[in-house]
Design a protein around this ligand. Structure first.
Ligand code: T46
Length: 133
């Protein structure tokens, strides 16, 4: 499976502008339990640097852009999230980092579970161990 699983959201556009509607178990391929968004990220700041044990997420830059770096311990891929119709599905044991946020970036994330700090792996060596590497 490719590390970068992109979901292209259908856009309803007319002379007034554009609208994207996202529903759980449809464009978002799980029940949505939580939504959070990251904004106001300072220039040169990176975020993430962790993996999740069970959580599934879809990330989309609804404004601006940022670069997502994904790593399964064997391969690394980078992808720009740079359009409100471009969702990135992150599932399985994947180390993720977010870099190069534009000043106007609003990164919205749909998550399959409530917030649970015990689902985070924040140490890269421990991540590799859990990945069997
Ligand atoms: C992820 C990437 C893409 C909460 O209280 N509730 C929440 O739902 C979240 C996501 C965070 N927090 C608190 C925990 C920390 O005190 O917000 C603070 C910042 O969280 P964190 O340092 O984990 O943020 P990022 O940007 O490094 O990572 C976030 C998500 O946590 C993570 O699941 O995959 O975005």
């Amino acid at each position: 499976m490719s590390l970068t699983q992109i979901i292209k959201f259908p856009t309803h556009s007319d002379e007034r502008g554009s609208l994207i509607a996202l529903e759980g178990n449809d464009m978002i391929p799980f029940d949505i339990k939580r939504v959070y968004y990251i904004f106001g990220t300072q220039s040169g700041v990176s975020r993430g640097f962790h993996a999740h044990v069970h959580l599934k997420q879809v990330a989309v830059c609804v404004a601006g852009k940022c670069k997502m770096r994904l790593d399964n311990g064997r391969e690394q891929e980078e992808i720009w999230l740079d359009s409100p119709d471009k969702g990135l599905l992150i599932e399985g044991l994947i180390w993720r980092e977010m870099h190069e946020f534009s000043p106007d970036c609003v990164l919205m994330v749909f998550a399959s579970e409530s917030y649970d700090e015990s689902d985070y792996i924040r140490n890269y060596t421990e991540f590799l161990r859990q990945a069997g590497l």
